[in-house]
Design a binder for this molecule. Sequence first.
Ligand code: GDP
Ligand code: MG
Length: 177
Amino acid sequence: NLFDHDECDYLFKTILVGDSAVGKSNLLSRFSKDEFHLDSKPTIGVEFAYRNMKIGDKIVKAQVWDTAGQERFRAITSSYYRGALGAMLVYDITRRGTFENLRKWLHELREYGSRDMVIILVGNKSDLIDSREVDTEDGQSLAQLEDLCFMETSAKENLNVEDAFLQMITKIFEIAS
Ligand code: GDP
Ligand code: MG
């Protein structure tokens, strides 16, 4: 049974980071439950969610941690980063400020995260074409400069969400196996 807790070959802790309201919780609910919510309710955010994926002939359980709104107060503790093998660093393509803050987030990831942590840069809300403030090329350049994977997603329209998580998990798998 693919969903049995005990029957997985690997368990990978991964984390979501990035400014408030960029869509972290919705990326997670889309990935784990195929759900999207128009309203943002950070206070009732879950701590983490699981999803099993099959990579080759192995079953990998992805445990994805969400900030539960703490990013508003810069209150993310080092235990959040501890043991994380992958991080999804999210910004909102319709708010330039969330892209500018990536520098701060990368600094935190490198300070608290493990050296070989897989980081995927995600520009979310790609469905909002008319309000775009960050070009795709800007995301690509930063990813190249910092040696990160990169993808634009829409949690709302379910674009690239699965692919982004799969890319992160596959990279971790390659390193861990
Ligand atoms: P978080 O604070 O980073 O966890 O962000 P949330 O997941 O709570 O999302 C913040 C707001 O952005 C909510 O109103 C969501 O409905 C909205 N949102 C999240 N992802 C998308 C997306 O891909 N497209 C659009 N149009 N809105 C989104
Ligand atoms: Mg949230």
